[in-house]
Design a protein around this ligand. Structure first.
Ligand SMILES: Cc1cc2nc3c(=O)[nH]c(=O)nc-3n(C[C@H](O)[C@H](O)[C@H](O)COP(=O)(O)OP(=O)(O)OC[C@H]3O[C@@H](n4cnc5c(N)ncnc54)[C@H](O)[C@@H]3O)c2cc1C
Ligand code: SF4
Length: 262
């Protein structure tokens, strides 16, 4: 914890951070291997942040939406290395950001995707940055109304994320050096995760829909839809770009299927 608070960067599975370091998109004075200190077990609804996606996808204690979102993420090799904590904190896959354009999310004053290529981008929350959050498990955890425990606080997963603003371009509320330790997933009656991809395997979600039912209420969250995982109230409130209007129709179909499946 001391090394983290002195500007070190947490390294868990490294599947996200190492490529970003190699590309020079992220710099760090020091990497802090946190795999030895992160809780890793799964006990009922309590999940250690160091649990890998591969461990989660096969554990019968895990609600179906979260299991399925892990199973449909990335490739088997990546799921064997990648932790759930690291997955929730992965950076955008927006190609302008990954090509180091000085865009809004990087502190600039324009979103290159909105006026350029954006078929994989957002249809909600895209006023300033139109990136689409890439995490499948984050949408599942949002539908399941999970809680996150860090080394300094407990917060609903919805509060882990924020839309970037003029004075703060971050998409998470984590403080420097703050470490996610555990997730708490409440029991639900039923849940499901459906994902539309360009390929049937090993692709990020064009749209992912997670739905969970508890006490007669259904919570729906979407991935690939906004710069952060998005709790869905109504698709009629979508603000698609010319190139992302097709995603609203995909989302509509997946929501219908998810609700029918619940
Ligand atoms: C080719 C490719 C395809 C992918 N496809 C998908 C996909 O379809 N769906 C999907 O959901 N994901 C996908 N991913 C993302 C993948 O699931 C993540 O890379 C992985 O889960 C990250 O976990 P990690 O332990 O390797 O994180 P790391 O690379 O170790 O860390 C990622 C980030 O999180 C921080 N961090 C890690 N753990 C903690 C913690 N406990 N507390 C605070 N900060 C922490 C690190 O400092 C770093 O900033 C893909 C990744 C790749 C490379
Ligand atoms: S979508 Fe976001 S990350 Fe991509 S170019 Fe626009 S501001 Fe940058």
């Amino acid at each position: 914890m001391a090394a983290l608070s002195e500007g070190g960067r947490a390294l868990a599975g490294g599947t996200e951070l190492v490529p970003l370091l190699k590309e020079g998109l992220v710099t760090a004075e020091r990497l802090v291997d946190v795999t030895g200190v992160l809780p890793r077990g799964i006990s009922g609804g309590t999940i250690g942040a160091g649990a890998t996606l591969a461990e989660l996808e096969v554990d019968p204690q895990i609600p179906a939406a979260l299991r399925e979102s892990c199973r449909l993420a990335a490739s088997p090799q990546l799921r064997n290395m990648g932790t759930i904590g690291g997955n929730l904190l992965q950076a955008t896959r927006c190609w302008y950001w990954r090509l180091d354009f000085p865009c809004y999310l990087r502190g600039g004053d324009r979103c290159h995707a909105k006026s350029g290529q954006h078929r994989e981008h957002a249809f909600f929350g895209n006023e300033l940055c139109a990136s689409a959050h890439p995490s499948d498990p984050a949408a599942a955890l949002l539908a399941l109304d999970a809680t996150i425990r860090t080394d300094r606080r407990e917060l609903p997963i919805a509060e882990l994320y924020r839309l970037p603003t003029a004075d703060n371009r971050s998409t998470t509320t984590l403080e420097p050096g703050e470490l996610i330790l555990e997730l708490e997933v409440p029991e639900v009656e039923s849940s499901v995760y459906l994902k539309a991809m360009d390929r049937k395997r090993w692709a990020f979600a064009l749209v992912g829909v997670a739905a969970a039912r508890v006490g007669g209420q259904t919570r729906i969250a979407v991935s690939g839809a906004a710069p952060i995982p998005w709790l869905l109230e109504s698709l009629d409130a979508a603000t698609p770009l010319p190139g992302t209007a097709y995603k609203v129709e995909i989302a509509r179909a997946l929501v219908d299927r998810a609700v029918a499946s619940l």
